[in-house]
Design a binder for this molecule. Structure first.
Ligand SMILES: [Zn+2]
Ligand SMILES: [Zn+2]
Length: 440
């Protein structure tokens, strides 16, 4: 082994697990030094539950990702003084009040080490703490981030943040964010607008889901001024039609959240869809307001020349009849290749059940290139308690219509495109911003 060059040894060390890598430090001086080489650590991801996280923070020069559950107790000192620079930091806290100060310290410390590119902050579902304004001030003023994901943005504000002191007075040094995802509501609006304005030059994928639309047109105009926007998930916004121009210039994936409260903004959204002929993929997340959702699908198919390849209908709160009406309209999309479906609890319990829906069957017969993808990992057939469709026995006949259509069911949407011809022009799979399905 002494004849092997350092590069080769480090290459091998990349494949050792953390305990074995640390054991190399006890073998000889040369291996001890190589065991702490950046290349032996840069791809590693460690979480709070990992017993070697503390040792790594003490010894390792870098990590790809560190995942911490806040508030930290015994490990706070090492986490805020470590020289181990991480590229991705994911901080989860059940209560913003207790975890936010630590999150701000950790973010600031890692930013100072110069390698932090991706930051995720996850707050508890029912967190009613006041907004941790210091944390958001820190995040907004952190430079060099490429991805920022904030889930469960606390919706209560304390008195200080009412004065908007949670945003820096001066702009960030230079725009860097490419991916931005944040819950959007009245309390987070100023923060979201700050990020959209400051990072407009570099942003590519923006996801700001909400069930209650803001009523001012600022958000849509900020989105429209992002030159390289390629993926967008947002509610129906006033002024959304201004985004139509972006489609020509690269916006290829759009996801709209619909609720009945957003009815006043439906005309602008319909106008956007009528003019967005070059859109590659479109998803509708229906919370309520089935009629509004149907109107939007009609707008999407109205031009007839639409390039849309993928349509997703997330209708877990939608009436099955209306969902079928929407699917029926999709026969007018000549380029459609993938239909992604999520039905209400009363809807099909298996993919086979979907194939028995008249609208799905008709679409798949009229457009022979359409493949079907079911959200929620629905089984292809019922296993135990059979649904009425599985009980018919048609699944056992190899030549039945269902068996043939089943060949066009996919478990992974990316499989529908082969790299030579139908290259998927979409954002990378891991950046997908489907609101309900993204596991975090
Ligand atoms: Zn079934
Ligand atoms: Zn069948």
């Amino acid at each position: 082994m002494s004849h092997l060059p350092d590069d080769a040894l480090v290459e091998v060390m990349q494949y050792l697990d953390v305990p074995d890598l640390l054991s190399c430090r006890l073998v000889c001086k040369r291996l001890a030094a190589l065991a702490l080489h950046r290349d032996a650590w840069r791809h590693r991801q460690l979480a709070c539950s990992d017993r070697y996280l503390c040792v790594a923070l003490r010894l390792a020069p870098c990590l790809d990702k560190a995942e911490l559950q806040l508030p930290l107790r015994g490990r706070l000192m090492i986490a805020t003084t470590t020289t181990c620079a991480v590229a991705e930091l994911k901080l989860t806290t059940g209560c913003a009040k207790r975890g936010a100060m630590q999150a701000a310290l950790l973010t600031r410390h890692q930013a100072s080490l110069g390698r932090l590119k991706r930051l995720s902050l996850v707050f508890g579902d029912e967190d009613t703490s006041p907004c941790p304004w210091l944390l958001f001030w820190t995040v907004a003023s952190t430079s060099g981030l490429e991805s920022l994901v904030i889930l469960g943005f606390p919706s209560r504000f304390d008195r200080i943040s009412k004065k908007r002191k949670y945003l820096p007075d001066r702009p960030v040094s230079s725009p860097s964010l490419k991916i931005f995802r944040c819950d959007f509501h009245r309390k987070s609006a100023s923060f979201v607008h700050f990020i959209l304005a400051e990072h407009a030059e570099t942003l590519r994928d923006v996801s700001i889901p909400t069930m209650t639309s803001p009523s001012d047109p600022v958000t849509a105009s900020l989105l429209a001024s992002i030159p390289n926007l390629s993926g967008l998930a947002c509610p129906l916004l006033p002024g959304l039609d201004a985004l139509a121009g972006r489609v020509k210039e690269g916006l290829c994936y759009a996801q709209l959240v619909v609720s009945s409260a957003m009815r006043p903004f439906a005309p602008a959204a319909a106008d956007f869809l009528r003019r967005a002929n070059d859109l590659w993929a479109f998803t509708l997340s229906i919370d309520s307001g089935d009629d509004v959702a149907l109107e939007l699908v009609e707008a999407l198919v109205s031009s007839g020349g639409s390039e849309v390849r993928e349509v997703g209908l997330q209708g877990s709160l939608c009436a099955l009849g209306v969902l079928q009406q929407m699917i029926g309209k999709l026969t007018l999309l000549p380029s459609l290749r993938v239909l992604k479906l999520q039905g209400p609890p009363a809807g099909p319990r298996c993919v086979h059940g979907w194939l028995h829906c008249d609208a799905v069957k008709r679409l798949m017969y009229e457009n022979r290139r359409v493949r079907l993808f079911a959200y929620d990992h629905l089984p292809r057939h019922c296993q135990d308690a059979l649904c009425p469709d599985c009980m018919t026995g048609c699944r056992r006949t190899v030549l039945s219509q269902c068996s043939q259509l089943m060949n066009r069911v996919v478990d992974n949407v990316a499989d529908c495109y082969n790299s030579a011809s139908g290259k998927r022009r979409m954002i990378r799979e891991e950046d997908m911003i489907d609101i309900y399905m993204a596991p975090f």
